[in-house]
Design a protein around this ligand. Structure first.
Ligand SMILES: Cc1cc2nc3c(=O)[nH]c(=O)nc-3n(C[C@H](O)[C@H](O)[C@H](O)COP(=O)(O)OP(=O)(O)OC[C@H]3O[C@@H](n4cnc5c(N)ncnc54)[C@H](O)[C@@H]3O)c2cc1C
Length: 216
């Protein structure tokens, strides 16, 4: 499961930034939105930071829309299945090795698309790629959560400036907030607000990788 299924509350990227936002993306994206509209509300709103119009959605319905669309397209889906290595012939990927609950398996194909979000396929095949943090600080993980039973009328009386000053005061009072700016947004569910509180410092985990790579 990726970030989109877990924490997305709005689609960016369909519209250009700025006040006069123009729609520049359609295609499969529109198919997803059309399906979502059949299942739930989709609300268009201007982005709080000037990034143009965004489409507010409920991520739980997004899962259903995607599942319906891939099943209708007759796609075979392997869940809980992780690419762990590739097999190359003349510098081309001919199969991937996947870790599944039933053990390791080989999936052969003519075309492979790296949609891992992390360039895993590029990494395993030795294709050119950059590692997070290699050229600039990698974006930190976003802390996000949704709140229910929010009094939306009372919430409207609190502006972004006040929210940020409250976060600064909380930091001064001893709360270890890594960042003093944050935002929250109405969602398509009445009384539910979603927060976006990116921590500033990159969380670094140290791991020791085994030198032993599986070789089929
Ligand atoms: C907390 C958070 C909130 C965000 N909120 C928004 C938002 O509201 N609106 C917005 O437009 N954007 C948002 N973004 C950005 C957006 O989520 C990403 O730009 C987008 O998801 C990238 O899509 P993707 O398909 O390239 O990768 P991902 O969505 O990361 O999908 C990659 C998938 O590949 C799987 N995978 C990874 N490695 C392997 C492997 N080795 N083998 C098999 N599968 C693998 C993952 O499990 C995942 O399901 C947010 C990002 C985060 C982290």
């Amino acid at each position: 499961m990726g970030p989109a299924q877990q924490s997305w509350i709005r689609f960016y990227g369909f519209y250009t930034p700025g006040v006069h936002s123009l729609k520049v993306v359609g295609g499969i994206g529109d198919d997803v939105v059309d399906r979502l509209k059949r299942l739930d509300r989709v609300v268009e709103r201007p982005n709080s930071y000037g990034a143009g119009l965004e489409l507010h959605i409920t991520p739980d319905y997004l899962k259903c829309a995607w599942e319906q669309l891939v099943l209708e397209a007759d796609v075979t889906v392997f869940l809980n299945c992780w690419v762990q290595d590739v097999q190359l012939e003349s510098d081309c990927i001919v199969s991937v090795i996947v870790a599944t609950k039933r053990g390791l398996a080989r999936v052969a194909g003519r075309t492979f698309v790296d949609a891992s979000g992390d360039a895993d396929l590029c990494f395993w095949s030795g294709s050119p790629h950059v590692t997070a943090g290699e050229h600039e600080e990698a974006q930190s993980l976003t802390t996000t959560f949704r709140m229910c039973n929010v009094d939306a009328t009372a919430r409207k009386t609190v502006d972004l400036e006040y929210l940020h000053s409250a976060m600064t005061k909380a930091t001064e009072a001893g709360y270890a907030l890594p960042r003093r700016e944050g935002s929250d947004h109405a969602t398509t569910v009445d009384g539910m607000f979603a927060t976006n509180m990116n921590p500033h410092p990159v969380l670094r985990a140290t791991c020791q990788w085994s030198d032993q790579r599986y070789r089929p």
